[in-house]
Design a protein around this ligand. Structure first.
Ligand code: NAP
Length: 259
């Protein structure tokens, strides 16, 4: 299937590795010119080179903190007004809510709720004028099934999800869609970091924790980032113009609900 992404421009945040990188790779493979953002310039440049070499598409790398106004301005200046926006940054720290200060909450809300909203605010009117736009927010399966040690994530991402649910219905008449991708356990650095916290608490190795967790995944394996990237590319495609305001869980069958 031709996803009609050739010639489109995409801004993909948090894209030097993991799920953001996979989204950028899939979009570039379908012919989109991508601008990728992350804080560490060396890892980002390597990622840009790998995507360019694998796809032949144009890749611009912007080393910036997307959770700051300056970082967002730099990203938007580099890519111009994109046809596709993928919002993403690191997830908040795990822990016990008794230990979190107001500053901890403000940082999580900024990174995982306000930053995607600010990016959407910056691009959406141009998308409406062009009568084309695709916005994907990388959130978490925790939006549907909260994770005990990730209270900052559960809370901040629920806020973003609520906001997007309202906005998505207002803009689809202009062929602008907004959907959320909700990752379950995908094999990335983030997964290993979360496992490391659990391992330390339980006095186990990271590999032991990861192996034990497989029992709770109906697929009996971890998700692979390219599977996530390709779902993103589909939701950004020309064919996906009738899909909006959705929360697509990619979790190997963990979420137990019928709907
Ligand atoms: P990852 O492998 O740690 O990658 C995160 C990416 O985001 C990196 O490129 C990182 O680069 C970039 N980034 C982080 N903070 C940033 C910032 N402030 N500004 C710009 N770029 C930033 O994480 P992942 O597994 O792909 O996860 C992506 C998102 O999905 C996270 O929010 C995570 O919580 C969520 N998630 C992941 C899983 C999973 O199993 N992997 C499950 C549920 C939810 P720099 O550090 O260089 O900036």
């Amino acid at each position: 299937m031709d996803l009609q992404l050739a010639g489109k421009t995409a801004l993909v945040c948090g894209a030097s590795k993991g799920l953001g990188y996979a989204c950028a790779m899939s979009l570039a493979r379908e012919g989109a010119a991508v601008t990728i953002v992350a804080r560490h310039a060396n890892v980002l440049e390597e990622a840009a080179k790998a995507i360019r070499e694998a796809t032949g598409s144009s890749v611009t790398a912007v080393a910036a903190d997307i959770t700051t106004p300056e970082g967002r301005a730099a990203a938007l200046a580099a890519c111009g007004m994109p046809d596709i926006l993928v919002t993403n940054s690191g997830g908040p720290q795990p822990g016990d809510f008794r230990d979190w200060s107001q500053d901890d909450w403000m940082a999580a809300l900024n990174a995982n709720m306000y930053t995607p909203i600010a990016l959407i605010q910056a691009v959406i009117d141009t998308m409406i004028e062009r009568r084309h736009g695709r916005i994907i927010n990388i959130t978490s399966a925790a939006v549907k099934m909260p994770i005990d040690i990730l209270g900052l994530s559960n809370g901040a991402r629920a806020g973003l999800t609520g906001f997007v649910a309202g906005l998505a219905r207002q803009v689809i008449q202009h062929n602008v869609t907004i959907n959320n991708l909700l990752p379950g356990p995908f094999e990335t650095d983030r997964l290993r970091q979360t496992a490391a916290t659990k391992a330390e608490k339980a006095g186990k190795t990271v590999d032991e924790v990861l192996k034990a967790r497989l029992d709770g995944i109906p697929a009996r394996r971890y998700g692979q980032p390219p599977e996530f990237g390709d779902a993103c590319a589909y939701l950004c495609s020309g064919q996906a113009g009738f899909i909006t305001g959705q929360n697509l869980v990619l979790d190997g069958g963990i979420y137990p609900g019928t709907l």
